[in-house]
Design a protein around this ligand. Structure first.
Ligand SMILES: NC(=O)C1=CN([C@@H]2O[C@H](COP(=O)(O)OP(=O)(O)OC[C@H]3O[C@@H](n4cnc5c(N)ncnc54)[C@H](OP(=O)(O)O)[C@@H]3O)[C@@H](O)[C@H]2O)[C@@H](O)CC1
Ligand SMILES: Nc1ncnc2c1ncn2[C@@H]1O[C@H](COP(=O)(O)OP(=O)(O)O)[C@@H](O)[C@H]1O
Ligand SMILES: [K+]
Length: 509
């Protein structure tokens, strides 16, 4: 499913109406029917509804919902927010149909006088005030009404968007509706995936309103949800005659004297993640520790300096030999020799190169080398690392994570896995996916090392772009399954996660 901004949704609506020829009033009728059906499913026939109607098309949806609820005998109070509001187009037609059906509405100004009595008569507030047409700071009378609704201690259901929440990356200006539930129409809205705006949505359900997929081909940004269906449908089954070599020879350059664990986590995750042959390149002291935990891997002891790897050029070329993918970063630490190694890999390694953690620190100093690279490069930053790469503040990256990941991926022709809740995968061709698995149990040192292992294993045996999105999904899915099996969010560990992959991978098999 696509993820869109308000402007993109408006262009899709316009193509549906003007080119495909499906009138806007039909879309509104569809929205009304779907929402009324879901409201009755969820709350039953006995609950009393109060609908707030804005003067744009979001309000038009509201009239359609109110009419359909009333037709079925449900109790509905309908309130037009703006005094003397002039309705136009599709919203005007739905207002007229509502009125001609014999149903009444009141203005807010009048309802406000008896607000406490009104509240005693209703159970659920339905917010059809502002949708994708919101521009700038929330104005009166919406500001005061939103405040009153939020304070009313009633169940709140928003249509399309919680009123006052922008659909895209624009910053929120003013207090929006704090919904318990949002029925978003046809496509997911981008602000659902942003830290500042997601909490206002409550539970989200996407309802179809009859917009054909052909109306979306013109969109420059190709953002899609990556969930179970996408994982299963894109999975390329392994050949039953596969051997360890054909299942992917990969390398993990990770760990140091101080941090051998990072190498163990990445390597075990790669092995559990399906890699045929995994070689770990690290310092000799780490090998002793890691090898007792990761028995299936092979090991290369690199030259070292002060407890950190400092591989020679010969050692690096030998390590690259025959490997479909190599990940560099977890626990390697920082030094000029490490920077030289990253530069070398970017320039000379011709397989799929994955850079994570400490390796990312040097990428912003190696942007010229990155631009010259012709083989695939995957970067796996969390928000802080992305801020460093893009030379922006963490707050800016949080607010504009889609734009920043997309721009970076296109500028440097790199695949970006921007981690966090709803991890984004941005590909150099402009395609982006947003992950729908995972939970706060992953917010623990080492979870990223596990992801790197899974990514490295999968890119060696699945098509690159789907491998990245699927690796992110399976990482989160393993965490979700463990929580369902009774693990607590607080005590979940990256090692549990690696064990959990066995169950998570069943989805694909
Ligand atoms: N036929 C269709 O196209 C379909 C559309 N659909 C539905 O329509 C929604 C989009 O409709 P839309 O574009 O009319 O905008 P909408 O969200 O109702 O708001 C516009 C109104 O808000 C006002 N306003 C703006 N900013 C404001 C602010 N800061 N503070 C206060 N007021 C502000 C603005 O006032 P103005 O600035 O023009 O005076 C105008 O009156 C979409 O979310 C979906 O629900 C679906 O049914 C499918 C078919
Ligand atoms: N609250 C959360 N919900 C979902 N996923 C999360 C959450 N917090 C962290 N994660 C995931 O856990 C991983 C953490 O990676 P990273 O920040 O690199 O940590 P580490 O330092 O452990 O390597 C990422 O895949 C991230 O998407
Ligand atoms: K709304």
């Amino acid at each position: 499913m696509r993820i869109v901004t308000g402007e993109e949704m408006a262009s899709i609506d316009a193509i549906t109406i003007n080119k495909i020829g499906l009138p806007g009033v039909v879309l509104m009728e569809n929205a009304g029917r779907e929402i009324a059906r879901r409201l009755i499913d969820l709350y039953g026939m006995e609950k009393r509804f109060l609908l707030f109607i804005g003067k744009g098309n979001n309000g038009g949806d509201g009239f359609a919902v109110a009419r359909m609820l009333k037709e079925q005998g449900v109790s509905v109070l309908t309130c037009i927010v703006e005094d003397e509001a002039i309705f136009e187009g599709d919203a005007k037609l739905h207002k007229r149909v509502y009125e001609q059906s014999g149903y009444r509405w009141r203005y807010w100004k009048e309802m406000n006088r008896t607000w406490s009595e009104v509240l005693c008569e209703v159970d659920v507030v339905v917010d059809a005030m502002l949708g994708t047409g919101l521009r700038g700071a929330i104005r009166e009378p919406y500001t005061s009404i939103i405040k009153k609704i939020n304070l009313a201690d009633k169940e709140i259901v928003s249509i399309d968007l919680p009123s006052g929440v922008p659909a895209g990356e624009a910053e929120m200006e003013g207090e929006p509706i704090s919904a318990d539930r949002t029925f978003t129409l046809q496509l997911m809205k981008l602000s659902y995936y942003l830290e500042a705006t997601k909490p206002y949505y409550g539970e989200v359900e996407t309802l179809p309103i009859g917009i054909p997929p052909a109306t979306m081909n013109h969109l420059e940004a190709q953002r899609c949800v990556w969930g179970k269906d996408e994982v299963v449908n894109s999975w390329v089954k392994s050949n039953p005659f596969a051997h360890k070599g054909s299942n992917g020879r990969i390398g993990v350059i990770a760990g140091s004297q101080q941090m051998p664990g990072a190498a163990a986590l990445s390597a075990s995750a790669a092995i559990r993640g399906g890699a045929g042959l995994t070689t770990v390149g690290t310092v000799s002291t780490a090998i002793q520790t890691v090898a007792t935990h990761v028995k299936e891997a092979m090991y290369t002891a690199f030259s070292e300096q002060s407890g950190l790897i400092a591989p020679t050029e010969e050692e690096l070329f030998a390590f690259y030999e025959g490997k479909a993918a190599i990940a560099i970063g977890p626990g390697i630490g920082r030094s000029t020799r490490i920077k030289a190694m990253i530069a070398h890999a970017i320039e000379h390694y011709t397989g799929i190169l994955i850079l994570d953690a400490d390796a990312l620190v040097y990428v912003s100093e190696l942007h010229d080398e990155v631009k010259k690279r012709r083989s695939p490069l995957v970067l796996t930053p969390h928000i802080g690392e992305m801020a460093h790469l893009a030379n922006e503040s963490v707050d800016v990256v949080k607010q504009y994570r889609f734009t920043i990941a997309e721009t970076y991926a296109q500028t440097y022709q790199a695949h970006i896995i921007l981690k966090g809740p709803h991890t984004i995968v941005a590909n150099p061709n402009g395609g982006m996916t947003v992950n729908h698995s995972g939970n706060a149990g992953l917010a623990k040192g080492g979870s990223g090392d596990v992801l790197t292992g899974i990514v490295t294993a999968l890119v060696a045996r699945q098509p690159l772009e789907t491998a990245l999105s699927t690796a992110v999904f399976l990482h989160g899915h393993a965490a979700d399954l463990l929580i369902n099996q009774g693990f607590s969010i607080n005590s979940l560990t990256p090692s549990d996660l690696i064990e959990g992959l066995a169950e998570a991978y069943k989805l694909c098999e």
